[in-house]
Design a protein around this ligand. Structure first.
Ligand SMILES: [Zn+2]
Length: 198
């Protein structure tokens, strides 16, 4: 009997010291971790939005349109490593916090993950060109694949938006579990714990 219990525990991946951090991040630290992650994602997305406003509403030249932080620290906008680093942080963040999600919220959260996975591949390509010192397709600056059709500023505003939207839907379903789905038992995120099926 004891053996059976141990095996079941191992299968859930909740035993052992390696899972303890990820376990806490998806249970009692989930709410705080999600809040922190949401602030980071929002701040970054807002920078992309401000950049688009600078170009389209204020008519600034593209090289001058560096968001808010980039006005004081232009190197931050130019650094491919920083962009790549952020793409990784976001990818890892979504992945690490995923198991706190269940049901419909998990589906939306993972849609956001896979879109970010592709976005990160594009940044890896850009970072690769910056490292090697040679650009794809003989371009004067590093380019990513979809950039062949859509300019960089617009493309990355688009990427960040289509990662952000399913992430928000996932968070909303997590905070307000839909009818017929119970709130995740391990974390404190849910505002409405139980709703009866319609
Ligand atoms: Zn949670």
């Amino acid at each position: 009997m004891t053996t059976t219990t141990t095996t079941a525990c191992d299968l859930t991946g909740t035993s052992g010291s390696t899972s303890s951090w990820s376990e806490k991040l998806n249970t009692r630290w989930h709410e705080r971790a999600l809040q922190l992650f949401a602030v980071i994602v929002l701040a970054h997305w807002a920078e992309h939005l401000v950049q688009a406003i600078q170009i389209y509403a204020l008519g600034w030249p593209v090289p001058e349109s560096r968001g808010v932080v980039g006005l004081w620290f232009p190197w931050m906008v130019k650094s491919e490593l920083l962009h790549y680093g952020y793409a990784i942080v976001m990818l890892v963040g979504i992945w690490v916090l995923r198991s706190g999600f269940t049901g419909r919220s998990y589906v939306w959260w993972m849609i956001s993950f896979w879109i970010q996975f592709w976005h990160h591949i594009e940044h890896a390509l850009l970072q690769g060109q910056a490292l090697v010192g040679e650009n794809l397709f003989g371009r004067p600056v590093p380019v990513s694949l979809v950039q062949l059709w859509i300019p960089r500023v617009e493309l990355h505003l688009f990427y960040n938006t289509i990662v952000f939207i399913p992430m928000v839907i996932g968070m909303l379903y997590h905070l307000f579990p839909p009818a017929g789905e119970a709130a995740h038992s391990g974390c404190s995120c849910a505002v409405v714990r139980h709703r009866r099926a319609a």
